[in-house]
Write a protein that binds this ligand. Structure first.
Ligand code: GLN
Length: 470
């Protein structure tokens, strides 16, 4: 792991070149192929982009992300390259255009190095649901890196990229960031354009950065945030200067600890590590208080009703006729649809489509989908209430550290519970960050989460930066 901040300083002083940084990342990818973090690597293209940026550096015209090497989760479109979503059904789908986030990164002179492995259609918490094999945790390859953006998190952790773009629908940036020991930010819903993101659950999906430092994720957010005419759900709330927010000063800041996030099921080592960090902030002058988010116990249920409902309709487009995989085992059109979807989707995706179709169907809609929407509102109100008296919240990112491969694959509910502290931010639409805060006795990284008010990424970054500073 090397931060963009330090690479940028070396570039400015003429101690390195973009080409050598990119070449190092490519070598790192090749050396660690067995981690299975990448689904495609842009060898020649990355090197030629690097040379072009080096020319700009010499001419003094390079953009703010010169020297940054970025990997992209395979659910985000990069023109001319495959976007598989970790699924057999899109195995050969080539993106016809750049996602807005990718175009903005390129404009800022970042170099895109390749596309990262992920749980199929971003459904999962371990990156074991990829049609192209699981991703391994670099620190212990018998374990999983979290998910669904497991490839992105590993690419940063293992020095294959400086930063990465992932997506977070229920925790898929923050939870793998915690498990691998990197920083991961989920912005406010609407803060970052999703044009060119292949949809899972449209009222939850957010694109955000991974990096080795808070500063690096802030630099990426700075470039990708803001209104996009191609995405009607992107917001025109002005984008502040995030780097100015990282003052190192938390004096007088009011921080809430939601008591429901420190209860049963929380690993004692994780609890201890988070408490140590909270104490540190208290000593620096932050005002810490316990708060309550009373509807927390309903978050997983509400999420799995609403997200599956949205997924079942978003994934209806993969029918063998328009995109990707088409079964050869069908004699007529209807059979072709059925066979293409049956053969093209994996087990977890099929489970979600069935659940989502069920909760939306006549007779069950009121009992499940409508009720889920009402509960979502109550959860959103819980946050609005606590944010009247505190500026941000601190919680563990996940109840445990990285678990073993295969440990939760037979029990979907256990797998779903690993997002217990992250899904609420997606239900409420608020920003959240996870950053490393030590290791458990086995040496596995622990993540701490900061949640903030809508569009207040600045405070989230400020607190994260203070936490990161020893
Ligand atoms: N793990 C959650 C799920 O399986 C969240 C996934 C995500 O954020 N994309 O749905």
């Amino acid at each position: 792991m090397r931060s963009h901040e330090s690479i940028h300083a070396d570039l400015a002083a003429g101690r390195t070149t973009v080409e050598s940084v990119v070449t190092e990342c490519l070598a790192s990818i090749e050396r660690q192929r067995s981690l299975n973090a990448f689904l495609s690597v842009f060898h020649e293209e990355a090197v030629s982009q690097a040379r072009a940026v080096d020319k700009k550096v010499s001419a003094g015209t390079a953009g703010p992300l010169a020297g940054m090497v970025v990997s992209i989760k395979d659910v985000i479109c990069v023109k001319g390259h495959r976007a598989t979503c970790g699924s057999k059904i899109l195995e050969n789908f080539v993106a016809p255009y750049d996602a807005t986030v990718v175009a903005r990164l390129k404009d800022a002179d970042a170099v895109i190095v390749g596309k990262c492995n992920m749980d199929e259609f971003a459904m999962g918490s371990s990156t074991e649901n990829s049609a192209f094999g699981r991703v391994h945790l670099p620190q212990d390859v018998s374990r999983i890196p979290g998910g669904s953006s497991g490839g992105s998190a590993v690419s940063v952790r293992a020095g294959m990229a400086t930063t990465s773009l992932g997506t977070d629908t229920g925790g898929s940036i923050r939870q793998p960031a915690a498990f691998t020991g990197v920083v991961g930010l989920k912005p406010t819903y609407g803060r970052v354009s999703r044009y060119g993101l292949i949809a899972f659950a449209s009222s939850f999906d957010s694109i955000g950065p991974f990096g080795s430092t808070v500063h690096d994720v802030a630099s990426v957010l700075q470039v990708i945030a803001g209104k996009d005419p191609n995405d009607a759900t992107s917001s025109d709330v002005p984008v502040p200067d995030y780097r100015m927010a990282m003052t190192g000063n938390v004096k007088g800041l009011r921080i809430g600890l939601p008591k429901e996030y420190y209860g049963d099921g929380l690993d004692p080592h994780v609890r201890k590590a988070v408490e140590v960090q909270v104490e540190k902030l208290r000593k620096q002058g932050a005002v810490i208080s316990e708060v309550s988010l009373p509807h927390t116990e309903y978050t997983i249920a509400a999420y799995y009703i609403l997200a599956t409902a949205e997924a079942s309709s978003n994934l209806a487009r993969y029918d063998g006729a328009r995109y990707g995989f088409r079964s050869k085992n069908a004699g007529n059109l209807t059979d072709m649809y059925v066979a293409s979807r049956s053969e093209g989707f994996g087990a977890e995706v099929k489970r979600r489509i069935m659940l989502g179709t069920y909760v939306l169907s006549a007779g069950y809609y009121d009992a499940y989908y409508r009720k889920g929407q009402k509960v979502r509102r109550l959860i959103k109100n819980d946050f609005a209430n606590v944010f009247k008296s505190v500026d941000c919240l601190i919680t563990p990112t996940a109840p445990t550290t990285a678990f073993r491969a295969g440990e939760k694959t037979d029990d979907p509910l256990q797998m779903y519970l690993s997002d217990i502290y992250t899904v609420s931010a997606n239900l409420a639409g608020i920003p959240g960050i996870s950053l490393p805060c030590g290791n458990d006795p086995e040496g596995l990284p622990i993540g701490i989460q900061v949640l903030g008010k809508e569009f207040d990424e600045a405070t989230v970054l400020r607190v994260a930066h203070a936490l990161e500073t020893p």
